[in-house]
Design a protein around this ligand. Structure first.
Ligand SMILES: N[C@@H](CCC(=O)N[C@@H](CS)C(=O)NCC(=O)O)C(=O)O
Length: 207
């Protein structure tokens, strides 16, 4: 059976597990990643030299980088059904998947470590405020996009872009601070959270 190595508190692991749940593909999930199980050990580094989760094991095939894993499971287990068919729509979906990873996700680390995980070293109020402000700027981009009224991030069907963006929104809404209002993002997020396959991944109070 397909194995996914990675703790479910990781947003990158959640992306993959939600995609597999959408596809109805069974998998075994193993808790790797701190603080549960240190991935910086030879056994894990032999699979992913970065010592990061998620890692997919499909028989002898080993794959890391969550977006590559999304592409693989969509092709192999979903016959491409979690991406739009047209090339331009497909590219737009990938644009948002990458944007979530590289831009939307570039400022939530400090607030998450400071407010939720209460990690030592993340207690500078100025840095916290600066990161929340920068995160809010990214949120305004997706808010403006969703306010144009589409039911999904791209086109008229659910795609990997929705998985990435809705998980990014989950992190925003579940991290307690004084949020700038994002009504379109909130309405979209509630719609995504109502999907049966999303419940395990968007339902939690833990961002
Ligand atoms: N670009 C990688 C990033 C992976 C990553 O940053 N994983 C984090 C969790 S979200 C990790 O492994 N942290 C170390 C740990 O959990 O021990 C991907 O998308 O898969």
């Amino acid at each position: 059976m397909l194995k996914i190595l990675g703790r479910v508190t990781s947003i990158n692991v959640r992306k993959v597990l939600w995609a597999l749940d959408e596809l109805g593909t069974g998998y075994e999930q193993q808790d790797w990643g701190m603080p549960l199980r240190d991935p910086k050990v030879p056994e894990f580094l032999a699979l992913n030299p970065n010592g990061q989760v998620p890692v997919l094991l499909d028989g002898d095939f080993v794959l890391w980088e969550s977006i590559a894993i999304l592409g693989y499971v969509n092709q192999v287990y979903g016959k491409g059904g979690l991406m739009p068919a047209a090339a331009d729509q497909q590219a737009l979906a990938m644009q948002w998947v990458l944007w979530q990873n590289n831009e939307m996700g570039s400022h939530w680390g400090y607030p998450l470590m400071s407010i939720v995980r209460k990690q030592p070293g993340f207690d500078d109020p100025h840095k916290l405020a600066a990161n929340i402000a920068a995160w809010t700027v990214k949120m305004e981009i997706i808010e403006a996009h969703l306010a144009r009224g589409g039911a999904f991030v791209v086109g008229d069907s659910f795609s990997l872009a929705d998985i990435a963006i809705a998980l990014g929104l989950h992190r925003w809404f579940a991290t307690p601070f004084d949020h700038a209002p994002m009504p379109a993002a909130e309405a979209y997020y509630r719609r995504m959270a109502a999907r049966p396959a999303a419940r395990a991944w968007l339902g939690s109070d833990t961002p």
